[in-house]
Design a protein around this ligand. Structure first.
Ligand SMILES: [Zn+2]
Length: 75
């Protein structure tokens, strides 16, 4: 299974429920975001994940750091 380490930063505390799972920064409602499937701090490739893991929002900058192929559009 293709996967990549999430390497998240737990220090910032999000102020809203719309935040990036990797950097924990809030994502403004008018800003695009993507969805990652995470299992045990690993981001699973959308084509390989099946029923494994849980979906989380990720900001565009972090989505690019992970590799865009490891996330999918928000809607
Ligand atoms: Zn981020």
């Amino acid at each position: 299974m293709r996967q990549v380490f999430l390497d998240y930063d737990a220090r910032p505390v999000p102020k809203t429920k719309r935040f990036c799972i990797k950097c924990q920064k809030d994502i403004k409602s008018d800003r695009p975001a993507r969805i990652v499937r995470v299992l045990d701090e690993m981001v699973l490739h959308p084509d390989d994940a099946g029923d494994l893991g849980e979906d989380y929002l990720v900001g565009m900058d972090c989505a690019k750091l992970l590799g865009l192929e490891f996330s999918r559009p928000e809607q």
